[in-house]
Design a protein around this ligand. Structure first.
Ligand SMILES: [Ca+2]
Length: 314
């Protein structure tokens, strides 16, 4: 299992793990610049789907889109778990914003409900309830649309003191035109900013924060700004909050076993792409105290394949 110069599956005694990997392997030509001292292994880790299945097993306690109240139960008061705002000065995000006052049953005559500052006005915060997708937003997704210089925000209102897991996504849904959007996730004010980004049209981004301490009544604001031009700024938003609980996250890690000469030092490296020549990144140096040494790769792997080699050092 350790023939020099051949591409081999990295068995390393990880039998349960290997069973998943073997299914995804196919031959790969050897790079021309390998040297005799290099031992090559290839991982093609077909695991993201498995990880998604595991992480999807726990539903969020609170979901902006799932919890969105429609007619005739609509509500946007200071006690609601989800609240909807505008009147946000991006340069001075102090958390004191204007509550969206009008509930449109048929917002902008597009067949879905939304909160707006006035009937059929922008910015708006709503949910796509009609069956056919609107401007790249799927049915049942949350939908925010900023005005030219007036961002829209959805806020989570913490019901009690505690630690909360926060996740979600923002997608500049409409690919038809415009210049995309900017987003900000603030714990209260800009001083409590957790994340932000600028998205070109048809681009999306996700966020995840664990064990964020919130006091009862504090808010998390997810703000969507037009980035100067509000045309084509339909934005799909997922925003999920759960109380932090003891949880297990299943992740398989590549285990590289260096088989060499006791007392010698080896540099273990990886590469994530296959240009010629490879760009190798040092993972660690190991001195073998016996005929083998196990190295676990804890660095994130993206895309889901990685190449390893060990180089004997002088
Ligand atoms: Ca825009």
């Amino acid at each position: 299992m350790r023939t020099k110069g051949n591409l081999l599956p990295c068995y390393s005694g990880q039998l349960t793990f290997t069973a998943h990997i073997i299914q995804s392997m196919h031959p790969l030509p050897l790079p021309n610049n390998r040297t005799k001292s290099e031992s090559w292994h290839r991982w093609l880790v077909g695991l993201p789907a498995l990880l998604l299945l595991v992480s999807a097993s726990r539903a969020a306690d609170y979901s902006f889109a799932d919890d969105f109240l429609i007619s005739s139960n609509e509500s946007n008061t200071s006690t609601n778990t989800w609240q909807y705002f505008h009147g946000i000065d991006l340069a001075n995000r102090d958390g004191n914003y204007t509550r969206l006052a009008t509930f449109d049953v048929n917002h902008m005559n597009q067949g879905f409900p939304a909160w707006a500052p006035a009937p059929n006005a922008l910015p708006s915060v709503g949910k796509i309830t009609r069956s056919s997708p609107f401007a790249g937003v799927q049915p049942q997704e949350g939908h925010l649309h900023p005005a030219p210089s007036d961002p829209a925000a959805v806020a989570f209102h913490a019901p009690s003191d505690g630690f909360y897991d926060i996740s979600g996504y923002v997608r500049a849904a409409n690919s038809g035109g415009g210049n995309g959007i900017r987003w900000y996730l603030d714990h209260g004010t800009s001083a409590g900013n957790l994340g932000s980004g600028t998205l070109g049209r048809a681009r999306g981004e996700s966020f995840e924060f664990r064990a964020v301490p919130l006091k009862a009544g504090e808010k998390l604001f997810l703000i969507i700004d037009a980035n100067g031009n509000h045309l084509f700024d339909s934005t799909a938003v997922g925003f999920y909050v759960s109380r932090t609980t003891l949880n297990l996250e299943l992740a398989f890690r590549p285990t590289v076993t260096v088989l060499g000469i006791p007392g010698k030092m080896y540099r273990v490296e990886y590469a994530d792409a296959i240009p010629s020549p490879f760009t190798w990144i040092t993972m660690t140096n190991v001195v073998l105290s016996g005929p083998s040494h196990v190295v676990v790769d804890l660095t994130p792997i993206s895309p889901a394949k990685r190449f390893y080699r060990a180089v004997e050092l002088p």
